[in-house]
Structure formats: structure tokens, C-alpha cells
Design a protein. Sequence first.
Length: 153
Amino acid sequence: MADWKSTAQQWVYRWINPFIRWCLRAGITPNGITLTGLFINVIAAGIFIYGGEYSSRNDHSIVGVASAVILFAGLFDMIDGRLARVGGLDSKYGALYDSVLDRYSEMIMFLGICYYLVAHHYFLSSLFAFVGLLCFYQCRNENCCQLFAFSID
């Protein structure tokens, strides 16, 4: 499994490395890339909310559009870390900033998904998505506390 993951990661890096080099030449920081990813996830949540308000219950094409936007935002999450490592711009502050903004991105995205599900009367699915989000945050909280050596108790 690790071999497949590293192969896929190297394939993606081959595609994003020219953009990484361009960002370094242009003076774009990893924190700027992280913030851009957050804004793109806000757009994805807005698409879900729009779909919840204006699309019919049986038309799920808006889910495909919003999902593509979420995947595009995920590229920015890969790019910021790679940009920091390649450019020698990595720091504990940057790692914490990235982690916190990633959690905000995920929260906003999940709230958009939950809104869409509730608006189309998929309440139980929305409840499962929300419970999954809470479980995910608990796991991430434990990992972040170990990574940055602090406790939220």
C-alpha cells in the first residue's frame, strides 16, 4: 500500500512541481496557498448551498460540480506543504497555520454538504456526515496535540 501511495504522490508531484517553481519565483508563500485553498472550499460550500436552494431533489449534478471544486482545493493543500519543503519555508508556525486553516476548510465544506442534504430532506445522511465530521475532528485533535506538543484540556 505504501508503494502505491508513494508512486501516486510522485506522479502528482511531477505535475505540480512546475507550479511550485513558479510560485517560488513569484514570491508566493505557502500560507498564501493555504488561504487560497480555504477560499476555494468556501466556494465549494457555496455551490452546495446554491444546490440546496435552487436544484431539484433528483438533480445531483451540483454535487459533481462542488466535488470537482473540492478536489481542486485539495491540490492547494498538497501544494502548500510541497512549496514549504522545496522552498525551505517550512516552520512550526506554518505547519500550525496550515493545520488550523485545513480544519476550517473541512468544516466549511462539511457544513455546505450538510446544508445540501438537509435542504433536500436527506436528514439522516446529514446527521451521519456531521457525526463523521465530529469523529474526524477528535482524531485530528489528538494528532495535532501530539505534533505541536500542547493540550487543549
